[in-house]
Write a protein that binds this ligand. Sequence first.
Ligand SMILES: Cc1cc2nc3c(=O)[nH]c(=O)nc-3n(C[C@H](O)[C@H](O)[C@H](O)COP(=O)(O)OP(=O)(O)OC[C@H]3O[C@@H](n4cnc5c(N)ncnc54)[C@H](O)[C@@H]3O)c2cc1C
Length: 390
Amino acid sequence: MSRPSTLTQLFALDSLLDADEIAIRDTVRDFADARLRPHIADWFEDAKLPAREIAKELGQIGALGMHLEGYGCPGMSATAYGLACLELEAVDSGIRSLVSVQGSLAMFSIHHWGSEEQKNEWLPRMAAGDAIGCFGLTEPDFGSNPSGMRTNAKRDGGDWLLNGTKMWITNGSIADVAVVWAQTDEGIRGFVVPTDTPGFSAPEIHKKMSLRASVTSELVLDNVRLPESAVLPKAQGLRGPLTSLGEARFGIIFGAIGAARDCLETAIDYARSREVFDKPLAGYQLTQAKIADMALEVGKGHLLAYHLGRLKDRGEITPEQVSTGKLNNTREAIKIARECRTILGANGITLEYPVIRHANNLESVLTYEGTSEVHQLTIGRALTGEAAFR
Ligand SMILES: Cc1cc2nc3c(=O)[nH]c(=O)nc-3n(C[C@H](O)[C@H](O)[C@H](O)COP(=O)(O)OP(=O)(O)OC[C@H]3O[C@@H](n4cnc5c(N)ncnc54)[C@H](O)[C@@H]3O)c2cc1C
């Protein structure tokens, strides 16, 4: 029997990365394998993530706000950030969500749209994992169409009064700071809200069957009084939150393919050792057809992610290209997770193996940061010139 090649070798993927990128990738992979992988099934089953502890460790390896410059942030390339997302999501989408929300949604919003005072106050602590951030855009009645949001901020003397409810907010109950988007007389504005401000509460959402190793919460804003200095001065209109979402979607392009890789590697290992009808499952043509087809999609997903990473590093990536990557890689990843589950048979439904956990997680990944349908509409608009959102 010949020695099997790895997925990386099949596509010569490492030939597309430089030595620094490989070193960063390997650091994150080693951390993920040593520190996260041994515990993840329990964290998922118990729906309890030691998020503060993990955030500090992620800060120590430079994974928080990784592609941001200054203010204590690591200042690495977009591709390096993507590779980190890939390795973290190969363990669990919940861990990558922690990193995406912290770095791409909360920190990026403050870094890109914030005042010097806001940046100095929050970014160094957030990069170190000493402060956790969340990003409140979605509401109970407004997910895909955030322009309809009802959360509002009204001027009251020199202050702002913030009222409303946000829903499905990652890191909400554990956050020290929330970036909250609200309607104002000046259009949609972003607010940097310390979570100990009176009137702010964040009840956790329970009974989730997906992203159980991730904190998801409601944000309740009941006459939250904020000074003028809480407004993100450079963001006005929906462009503010949508630009930040583009950053997080970019990480998902890499992350989802990490989950798919982990499923396929697990399925290949399983098929090589599982005997059915007196020989290894891997020796059957039907199994090999599944494995070969999935390997093509995992490989193509990597190539797409790397290509989009290079475009982003050159400052050339467009929102439609981000949609293309997010739609393709999440959709293929969830198909792969389900197909791998078939190879594992009944064992595939347990947390002894990562496959069903990835499959369940990917249901959320398919929905958040723009559903598949919203990305189809974005690509459709780009190609036809017709907007079909309403
Ligand atoms: C685990 C998890 C974590 C999340 N974390 C965050 C977070 O940190 N911050 C945050 O702000 N949000 C967060 N979200 C919310 C997420 O972004 C929304 O769930 C998502 O935008 C979809 O909104 P919705 O659930 O209200 O679905 P809806 O918008 O109600 O969509 C329902 C269905 O209708 C489809 N649909 C909508 N519009 C159209 C259309 N024009 N044409 C055709 N079909 C359409 C959708 O594609 C979908 O299939 C999170 C969600 C989950 C599940």
